[in-house]
Design a binder for this molecule. Structure first.
Ligand code: NAP
Length: 137
């Protein structure tokens, strides 16, 4: 089985997305830059699975030293993850992807940023207690 992890940056109230990007997009500050740098550092050498928009947003510098995998909603999470036995797999989000893969995620790395503005996508604490995956997958 893969070692399945998620890295998520959230605002003070669980904000995670706005207008298709990060809610704090364009906000300057070392803490925001460090969050992005840490994401690419910790996912280096591993598998990153996410929907097509998120995979397309991975910058050129980060494309060569990790395995990028586009996932679609018709695929079964258990079958996708079975392709990466023995690897560390990061589930890249956003919310619909995390909801579907939550039963498989062993380690959540949640960075709580000092942002307290609007959002249209939110972290759901129920992902952390999703229960085990269905039997046999
Ligand atoms: N704060 C963070 O750490 C963070 C991280 C990632 C994303 N985000 C934010 O999240 C927002 C994007 O969220 P979103 O609501 O558009 O949804 P989303 O969770 O990004 O998912 C939508 C995409 O994922 C694909 N997908 C693959 N497997 C899926 C599955 N089992 N179930 C559902 N979808 C699946 C969908 O494919 P189909 O086209 O086949 O349906 C679709 O293309 C953006 O604002 C982004 O910036 C934030």
């Amino acid at each position: 089985m893969a070692d399945v992890r998620a890295m998520c940056a959230i605002g003070q109230r669980g904000q995670i997305g706005l207008d298709g990007g990060m809610p704090w997009s364009g906000t300057e500050g070392r803490i925001y830059e460090a969050d992005v740098a840490r994401f690419f550092e910790l996912t280096q050498g591993h598998v990153l699975i996410a929907g097509p928009t998120t995979i397309a947003s991975v910058p050129a510098f980060a494309r060569k030293d990790r395995t990028l995998v586009t996932i679609r909603s018709h695929e079964q999470p258990g079958e996708v993850l079975a392709r990466f036995a023995g690897r560390v797999v990061f589930v890249g989000g956003g919310p619909r992807v995390w909801a579907a893969y939550a039963p498989y995620i062993r380690l959540w790395d949640i960075n709580r940023l000092p942002y307290d503005g609007p959002a249209d996508r939110w972290f759901d604490p129920a992902w952390l207690t999703a229960g085990p995956p269905p039997r046999g997958v």
